[in-house]
Design a binder for this molecule. Structure first.
Ligand SMILES: C[S@@+](CC[C@H](N)C(=O)[O-])C[C@H]1O[C@@H](n2cnc3c(N)ncnc32)[C@H](O)[C@@H]1O
Length: 173
């Protein structure tokens, strides 16, 4: 069983379902509007409205938990990590994907988004929030340490776009 946390409109849920056709994939998000879109795009997956800080599942239920561009929005990250740890089976894996290093390329990305926002977007708030939350989120090395302090062990890390985006796979230790 796979749990896609902060699934939003279900784009990652769709990818995980395609990659694991025999697995049951559940998307969870606290926004009902996001979930409606997610269900529309993924009619065969299950979606649950819920809070990452209080997951509505028992211990050791999932083989894989994923969070793509999600934990950045959670203030009490330690609590979310302890919830993820709880619902994962022993030996289960946690895939975390989000913006990565705050480097030159990340600054170019910020400028690009600001440019698009100024010229093409009527409501710039979500894009400005994106840049702000991205730059407030710790860099991968710091996060990896934080996740390991919460009982995970990193198995693999892959950076994309010169480190602007980073994915890591952890195992429940
Ligand atoms: C940037 S979106 C990520 C969506 C999706 N994973 C993707 O990459 O397309 C972040 C999502 O986190 C959800 N979210 C924020 N706080 C949450 C919480 N405490 N519990 C569950 N979902 C939450 C928001 O509703 C939003 O849909």
């Amino acid at each position: 069983m796979i749990l896609d946390l902060c699934c939003g409109t279900g784009d990652f849920t769709k990818i995980f379902s395609k990659l694991n056709p025999s697995a049951r994939v559940i998307g969870l998000d606290n926004s009902i509007d996001m979930l409606k879109l997610a269900k529309f795009k993924n009619p065969h997956s299950s979606f649950i409205q819920g809070d990452c800080l209080n997951l509505p599942f028992g211990e050791n239920e999932f083989d894989i938990v994923t969070a793509g561009f999600g934990l950045r929005n959670i203030e009490d990250r330690n609590k979310a990590l302890s919830q993820i740890h709880k619902v994962l089976k022993d030996g289960g894996q946690f895939l975390h994907l989000d913006f990565g290093k705050h480097n030159l390329f990340s600054k170019i990305f910020d400028l690009y988004v600001k440019f698009l926002t100024v010229f093409f977007v009527k409501n710039p708030e979500p894009y400005l929030y994106l840049i702000e939350s991205k730059n407030d989120y710790p860099e991968p090395n710091e996060l990896i340490q934080e996740f390991e302090d919460c009982g995970f062990k990193m198995l693999k890390r892959k950076d994309f776009l010169f480190g602007v985006i980073s994915a890591q796979v952890f195992i429940k230790g």
